[in-house]
Write a protein that binds this ligand. Structure first.
Ligand SMILES: Cc1ncc(COP(=O)(O)O)c(C=O)c1O
Length: 383
């Protein structure tokens, strides 16, 4: 059987990872400034992660959600403590799209409405409701077009408040920091105005922290920089450091009913062990502080690069916009300098999402390699 080819692939085969590096089958090291789409939070091959997952694999990797699972309770308690979101309960699933799908269902169960406010350049996943509120018509199939969506530009608080005033909006869904769209940060004043408008209208504010959460922005959640209290928060990516796990943090104003949500694999023993290991390392190694400091250093240095038009970001979620499309630069970085970086839907933006324990030294190595890649890039590519 052949694969259903939906991914354009680089001809590179990573077989091993350690810290901020992955290695191919010939032992060639690649510095990972992308974390495999922001998934690697505590670094490749972290010994505590490996040991906790290995021990759980040997003990019991899975039993269904029909029995007591103390690891789920331990994960919820630890997440509440490390994130500071003690006023929430946790529903566990397997991916970011699933987290958003469940959050939208919860919001709609809660207020009986179905219209959603979403944002241009936003991405929320590929399942039916999540893709409906994703600003990319190419990935929305006719079967996904099941409810009304009102689109606004990020930070257009006047527009959002006007839409909310109609009184028929189920949810406002916004990324803590827009990732795939090119690293755009919602203003604190915008988030506060939208949160207040939602409260007034009985609309649920859903913060999609799938990419920006888990310490990436220097705070546990990016919205915490604005000091708002969302009704629902969605998480995945960095939550399992590569193990598939996602979740919805649900504010105390929501009441659970048996059967209202569910998943076969969500919250498996193995997934919880992975999730606990991640939180323990984030806490023990103070990775939020490292993300804030190393991210600030990287952004400050990137702003000195002459062809860089703009640097946006918080912590280790960084977008550097150039005056030319970055495809050739990314290939130069990967194949000549041996550095993984990311793209964004805006072609001029280089997206950086390294492991949260990226050291200052490794950040410096990346900057040197970027210098070198830019120097070697044919002039036609930067015109
Ligand atoms: C902000 C955001 N939400 C949701 C998703 C979907 O996550 P997944 O691919 O795990 O379904 C992504 C994936 O890139 C994302 O960046």
């Amino acid at each position: 059987m052949d694969l259903f080819k939906v991914y354009p692939l680089f001809d590179i085969r990573p077989v091993r990872g350690q810290g901020s590096y992955v290695y191919d089958e010939h032992g060639q090291a690649y510095l990972d400034l992308y974390g495999g789409h922001a998934v690697i939070s505590i670094g490749h091959g972290h010994p505590h992660f490996v040991e906790r997952v290995r021990a759980q694999l040997e003990a019991l990797p899975f039993y269904s959600n029909s029995v007591q699972n103390e690891l789920q309770e331990a994960l919820a308690a630890k997440l509440g403590q490390v994130s500071g979101c003690e006023d929430y309960t946790l529903f566990l699933c397997n991916s970011g799209a699933e987290a958003n799908e469940n959050a939208l269902k919860l919001a709609s169960f809660q207020n009986g409405k179905s219209k959603v406010i979403a944002f241009r350049k936003g991405f929320h996943g590929r399942t039916s409701a999540a893709v409906r509120i994703t600003d990319n018509p190419k990935i929305v199939a006719p079967i996904n077009e099941g409810f009304e969506v009102v689109w606004h530009d990020l930070n257009d608080s006047a527009g959002v408040l006007e839409s909310l005033a109609q009184g028929d909006v189920c949810a406002v869904v916004v990324e803590g920091i827009q990732g795939i769209g090119g690293i755009y940060i919602p203003d604190a004043a915008f988030l506060r105005a939208v949160a207040a408008g939602c409260l007034e209208q009985g609309t649920v504010l859903i913060l999609d922290e799938v990419q920006s959460g888990y310490g990436r922005s220097g705070a546990f959640f990016a919205f915490q920089h604005a000091g708002v209290t969302p009704g629902l928060i969605t998480v995945a990516k960095g939550m399992g450091n590569g193990f598939p796990i996602g979740g919805v943090l649900i504010h105390s104003g929501f009441e659970a009913e048996y059967g209202m949500l569910g998943s076969t694999f969500g919250g498996s023993h193995l997934a919880c062990a992975a999730g606990l290991a991640v939180l323990e390392v984030i806490e023990q190694e103070q990775l939020m502080a490292n993300a804030a400091e190393t991210g600030q250093y990287l952004m400050q240095e990137l702003r000195q690069f002459s062809p860089v038009a703009e640097v946006r970001g918080l912590g280790l979620m960084i977008g550097a916009s150039f005056e030319f499309p970055v495809g050739a630069l990314r290939r130069q970085l990967l194949f000549e300098e041996k550095v993984f970086t990311g793209s964004a839907s805006c072609p001029n933006t280089l997206r950086l999402l390294p492991p949260l324990n990226l050291s200052r030294k490794e950040a410096g190595i990346f900057l040197e390699k970027l210098h070198s890649a830019l120097k070697k890039l044919p002039k036609t590519k930067v015109a």
